[in-house]
Design a protein around this ligand. Structure first.
Ligand code: ZN
Length: 269
């Protein structure tokens, strides 16, 4: 019996020791584990910080290149195209649009007449003519781009037709817009190729309702305070500006030049 008891006591002692050793191993392992956990936590937070920094950087680059793109586009856009012309502000006599394109014979009142528009405006103009035609409206061009020299010659004729009561200086205003290559004088059937009476035609009504969709606006509306009413005289100012003017029931010359300048970047969008 004694022998058995001794053996059991020995076994118990060795088991207890093994258990103590195991406990201490577990303790040191869990210490190590929590060390690792902390290290890993730091690493992953470093990593996500780094990711965020890269993202910020990428966003900065994106916004810088966007700004550069806008500036580049703006630098290549002719700022005269949205200028308001007045008694104090005229186009330089040497001003010529960057490029001009001939208007399709189909849209001219007199086919033999050489009529040109700013090359970037032609597609908007063609779309507008196509839409008018689809609505059975005859919209013919009488005059489009006019050089400074051509304007001078015409002006003398207009002075006579306006008579002595006309403000000859103010009459220059409308001509200046033609020098841009973005402005058109329209006529329609029944006016003998003239402009008088255009406000009473279906063509004028159609333009009033639809021209803005193609970026064109009436420069000198009825009862305006800046110039004589010219129902036939329509100028391209870009779809965005034309739509916003239409939405606000306003006209180009009503708005501040600085507000209008904000549309220059989108004029051909
Ligand atoms: Zn005109």
């Amino acid at each position: 019996m004694t022998e058995e008891r001794d053996a059991l006591a020995l076994k118990y002692a060795s088991t207890t020791k093994a258990f103590e050793e195991a406990s201490s191993t577990i303790a040191s392992l869990s210490l190590e584990l929590s060390d690792y956990k902390q290290k890993y936590g730091n690493l992953s937070s470093d990593y996500s910080n780094e990711l965020n920094r890269n993202e910020d950087f990428a966003n900065q680059i994106k916004s810088i290149s966007k700004t550069v793109g806008v500036l580049d586009k703006l630098s290549k856009t002719d700022e005269e195209l949205l200028k308001k012309y007045s008694k104090v502000y005229f186009l330089n006599e040497h001003y010529v649009p960057e490029s001009l394109r001939a208007i399709n014979n189909e849209w001219k009142y007199t086919e033999s007449k050489d009529l040109k528009l700013h090359s970037k405006v032609i597609s908007y103009f063609n779309d507008m003519e196509d839409a008018a035609k689809a609505d059975s409206v005859d919209l013919y061009v009488v005059s489009a781009y006019r050089s400074f020299g051509e304007q001078g010659a015409l002006k003398n004729g207009y002075k006579v037709s306006y008579g002595s009561g006309a403000n000859s200086f103010s009459a220059d205003q409308g001509f200046s817009e033609h020098q841009l290559g973005t402005t058109i004088d329209f006529t329609t059937k029944g006016l003998g190729g003239g402009l008088d009476g255009f406000q009473n035609t279906a063509a004028y009504t159609w333009l009033t309702d639809n021209a803005y969709k193609y970026g064109f606006v009436l420069s000198y509306p009825p009862n305006n305070s800046y110039y004589v009413f010219e129902p036939w005289h329509w100028r391209f100012v870009g779809e965005k500006l034309a739509r916003d003017l239409h939405k606000n029931n306003a006209h180009f010359y009503d708005w501040d030049q600085r507000k209008i300048d904000g549309y220059l970047i989108n004029i051909f969008d």
